[in-house]
Design a binder for this molecule. Structure first.
Ligand SMILES: Nc1ncnc2c1ncn2[C@@H]1O[C@H](COP(=O)(O)OP(=O)(O)OP(=O)(O)O)[C@@H](O)[C@H]1O
Ligand SMILES: [Mg+2]
Length: 210
């Protein structure tokens, strides 16, 4: 069957700061392409022109949004990303690898900042696209902090929120994964990069048969 008519797959990478999502998104996209899959790698917030505009408003620090406003901006960006980038790619038969998606809003705004989790779940349903597989990269808070220190650069807003916030985020991702075990695979991301990459490919082989 030609790739253009094969079903696409939607894979998201989730987890706290410094868990290795961006590192593994690149490795996964490379591995899938090497296996002959048509791949689109993207990330949130952003991934479409309007969503990139909103990314700037969310991340540039020029304004402090209230938690509900921040949640709505993330979902507005996500709706653009899904409509203009992800759905067309899936319809064209691509494997979409997305660095953060709706679980990050549930966890950062809901678990981390105390926004209404039921409302976030409703907005997630409104977007109407559920990942085929979500890889939850799990690391302890000390590892997160050590990796961020090692990566260097300016701390972003969340990174500056402290260890209590990081602990709530970890707890939130594990709770999301436990609530949806058919969609989510928790990956031990304390391991070295090669081992994490291998665990991700094993999860895909087990859960997304070609
Ligand atoms: N398995 C690993 N072992 C050790 N270091 C790692 C591992 N994976 C990634 N790193 C390093 O940790 C740092 C954070 O990794 P990365 O940027 O991929 O994390 P992230 O989950 O995308 O973070 P953020 O949430 O801030 O976007 C980088 O310097 C990266 O090289
Ligand atoms: Mg990243």
């Amino acid at each position: 069957m030609p790739a253009a008519t094969a079903p696409g797959r939607f894979i998201t990478l989730e987890g706290g700061e410094g868990a290795g999502k961006s590192t593994q998104a690149i490795r996964l996209a490379t591995a899938l392409a090497a296996a002959g899959r048509p791949v689109l790698r993207t990330r949130e917030p952003g991934g479409a022109p309007g969503a990139e505009l909103l990314r700037g408003l969310l991340l540039d620090g020029a304004h402090t949004w209230s938690p509900p406003a921040e949640t709505l901006l993330h979902f507005a960006a996500r709706a653009e990303h899904v409509a203009r980038t992800i759905r067309p790619a899936l319809e064209a038969g691509m494997w979409v690898v997305c660095d953060r998606f709706a679980d990050s809003t549930m966890v950062y705004q809901g678990w981390g900042q105390g926004a209404d989790r039921a409302a976030i779940a409703t907005l997630t349903g409104l977007v109407g696209l559920r990942p085929d597989l979500t890889l939850v990269l799990d690391v302890g808070v000390p590892t997160s902090l050590a990796r961020l220190r090692h990566r260097g650069g300016a701390a972003d807003r969340y990174e500056s929120l402290g260890e209590g916030f990081f602990a709530r985020v970890r707890e939130g991702f594990l709770a999301v994964a436990a609530a949806e075990p058919a969609r989510c695979a928790v990956i031990d991301a304390e391991a070295d990069e090669d081992s994490v990459a291998a665990a991700i490919l094993a999860a895909i082989a087990a859960r997304l048969p070609a």
